[in-house]
Write a protein that binds this ligand. Structure first.
Ligand code: NAP
Length: 335
């Protein structure tokens, strides 16, 4: 039986924010899996700010998506045909399956997941790449220790909502920065000791950080970059660690990115600033999933997903990330 495979392809590289001209909708026939391959039916797709970076030609940690190719995305779904011993029909999996309903995979980079342990969207969020980013970013890169004052920007998003909880559950005082009173109220429910609404009119972020962290910031987990990074740099404690996880405020910039003016604070405070890419922890994912899943199973790690329905809605879902419409993990439900 020939199935139609609806999908979104990259039509043109955007300058600045993506537009309708960035994407092209196609329906292609689904190929049969060859020996050593399987066919997966995506049920959910993960929307990740990193996808904006994959649209540009600049050198990065991963090759850009080629114009004309199916847009790259992490999907979660079920194996429906298989000629691969490790991934039988019926297995649930996550992997880089692309913005499409069906995908052929040879299993490289694919994780088997247990939907009885957590629903599929959670495997794209708290127990997936974003959760692991929070986990390894704090514990390994940020050398988090009990008693630290930990500030997280983008705190109500997929990575940030887990980062604050991991910090609080590890005996740290977590302070979140997020846009809007509803997101900040949710952060307090999650165990953030304080939440700063950076969109509040007239807010001076440096002053708000000074009030929330009077002894300074021991660990700053940065998802946002730009002015937010600068404000946090101005409030570091001695020996602070700054973890560069992302810089979403700059991803749509058409000119030069805003870099940190307050970098000299690193010298004054004998601090360090380290960038990392979660893909480099692939060999240790099981360790991170185990720690997060244990907290999830006892209800200590809370998750929230913002679900947008329909593959046709992919362009709108992509924009939602940059408009701050998501609380927790943003996913697209395909069927
Ligand atoms: N290094 C790695 O390996 C790695 C892995 C995964 C993710 N990341 C990075 O981690 C960050 C968070 O990713 P995520 O998946 O958890 O996304 P997310 O936080 O769930 O979604 C994006 C959020 O960013 C905020 N935002 C959007 N535009 C902004 C702006 N101009 N200024 C400040 N905040 C803005 C919005 O929240 P507000 O309403 O609060 O503005 C929005 O909800 C991103 O920078 C991403 O690139 C890095």
């Amino acid at each position: 039986m020939t199935r139609a495979n609806p999908q979104w392809r990259l039509a043109a590289r955007p300058a600045g924010a993506v537009t309708a001209a960035t994407w092209a909708w196609r329906e292609e026939p689904v190929a049969d899996p060859a020996d050593g391959e399987f066919l997966v039916e995506n049920e959910y797709l993960s929307l990740d700010p990193a996808m904006r970076g994959w649209l540009g030609e600049a050198r990065s940690y991963i090759a850009p998506v080629a114009v004309g190719d199916v847009m790259r995305a992490v999907g979660a779904g079920r194996v429906i045909e298989s000629r691969h011993a490790q991934f039988p029909v019926g297995a649930h999996v996550t992997g880089l399956f692309g913005v499409q309903r069906f995908a052929i995979s040879n299993g490289r980079g694919v994780q088997a997941i247990d939907p009885k342990l957590a629903p599929l969207p959670v495997w794209l969020g708290a127990l997936g790449m974003p959760g692991l980013t929070a986990w390894f970013g704090l514990t390994d890169v940020g050398k988090m220790k009990a008693g630290d004052t930990v500030v997280v920007s983008g705190a109500a998003g997929a990575v940030g909502s887990i980062a604050g909880q991991v910090a609080a559950l590890s005996g740290c005082r977590a302070i979140g920065i997020a846009g809007g009173p509803a997101k900040c109220a949710w952060l307090r429910e999650l165990g953030y000791a304080a939440a700063i609404d950076y969109k509040q009119p007239g807010l001076n972020l440096k002053h708000a950080l000074r009030d929330a962290a009077p002894d300074g910031i021991d660990l700053y987990f940065d998802n946002v970059g730009g002015e937010t990074l600068d404000a946090a740099l101005a409030k570091l404690a001695r020996g602070a660690r700054v973890v560069l996880c992302g810089a979403i405020s700059q991803y749509n910039a058409t000119g030069a990115w805003r870099g940190p003016a307050n970098y000299f604070s690193l010298l004054v405070n004998r601090a360090s600033m380290t960038g990392f890419v979660v893909l480099d922890y692939a060999a240790r994912y099981a360790e991170g999933v185990q720690a997060l899943a244990a907290w999830y199973a006892t209800g200590q790690l809370k998750t929230r997903e913002t679900v947008i329905d329909g593959l046709a809605q992919f362009p709108r879902a992509f924009d939602a990330l940059f408009a701050g419409e998501n609380v927790g993990k943003l996913v697209l439900r395909i069927q």
